[in-house]
Design a protein around this ligand. Sequence first.
Ligand code: SAH
Length: 485
Amino acid sequence: MLINNIRKIAVKYLPIFADFRQRPVLVVGGGDVAARKIQLLMRAGAQIRVSAQGLCPMLTNIYHAGGLSWIGESFEPAMLDDVFLVIAATGNKKLNSIVAKCAEQRHLLINVVDTKQHCSCIFPAIIDRTPIVVAISTGGMAPVLARVLREKLESMLPNFLGPMAAMAGTWRGRVKQHIRSMAGRRRFWEKVLNGRFANLISRGRLEQAEQELELSLSANPENVGEVALVGAGPGDSGLLTLRGLQLLQQADVVLYDYLVSQEILDMVRREADQICVGKRAGSQSISMSQQEINLLIVTLAQQSKKVVRLKGGDPLIFGRGGEEMQAVAALGIPFQVVPGITAASGATAYAGIPLTHREYAQSLTLITGHMQDGAADLDWQALARVSQTLAIYMGVFNAAEISSKLIYHGRSAQTPVAVISRGTQSDQCVHIGTLAELESLAQGALTPALLVIGEVVSLHHEINWFGQQNLTSYKRTSSVVEMKD
Ligand code: SAH
């Protein structure tokens, strides 16, 4: 019985894509709800006829611009002559059901807004990547679920799908002439749509993308891999970019290091190999040298793989991403870089500390506190000036030296400072104090941790939000990250 019911539900709405160009559609109702449907239909090229007592401002504009015909104030069955589809969108339920009945008698498709039982057709949620259109319907059972699904798909389907499909469409004929077998054509398109062609389109380089198609078709070129250097952000998976997510889902192999949270690694394509190439400094685990990492990246790319090099924060900020891409570029391997939210930006935002503020700081300096990375040579005198914010990466172990050097060069010992541990993650921890106290604040701080020095830190007490408010829609799961510093 239950199975029979489910079967019935499953066939209730058959998805078809209808061509509305130049076809008349009657809309009964002239309010905002009608306007939303009308806009959708106009985008599809339909001829709109409206029966309504009055028109809302948006429809009035469309009417004056000649975008619709206002055929009468009250509905008459004769208005149904010659129309392709009928929409009843008035606030009057009785009128809506009369319109529905008349339409049914004439075997016309009818949609009654918000009244499922009178509908012979419904409007699905749409993801528009013209010419690709994805339609979702829950058969009117759970419209909110359709919306949630739509949001998920929106973020998964890149915007460049549209131009990609359009260009593929214009090349279909030529490819068919060139490659006789259907299987051969399928292989060709699979390779092209996942390869450099797609990569070029995603960067808006349509001309080069077309050249790439030409090349792929004529020369059967050597099958080179490619590399994407992707920033994972500071930990909260919601801070990964859409482009980053797309690349993680296309990767053959992902090389990541200790800062990348498990939440982000969970988003990597299941079939991809995941290789951890960087453990925390001083840990027992084997950590590859930078040269070994560079070599591994290029070797995998030369094996025709799509390599994603995934790094915490932004890959080009204290991340050695620049060195890795130099190695890739030197061998002519195609690559792209996807920036990420750097720790200074993410951790302070989640700690309620604006990096600049008109009254407190006019400049921001990102600094490495790792003495071997050049922190010893910093211009401490310049850094000690007021009205600037210092964000110090890898500074926990040298907090004492940093604080004494800044005070020695004239920065007030009372300057507010923050040590933000595991910023943006569910176990984020913020310690606030003064520059004189920096060493003790940093001592025992969980890592990774960022030191923030400057007057802006005093705003933390006013705008600290993360973990303070009951934001139920933001579900966070805890994640474990190996630590450095
Ligand atoms: N490329 C990274 C930085 C790598 S250097 C980025 O753009 O963020 C590593 C240092 O970054 C750590 O020692 C720490 O100071 C800082 N860091 C990284 N993630 C952090 C986080 N979630 N919270 C606080 N500091 C972080």
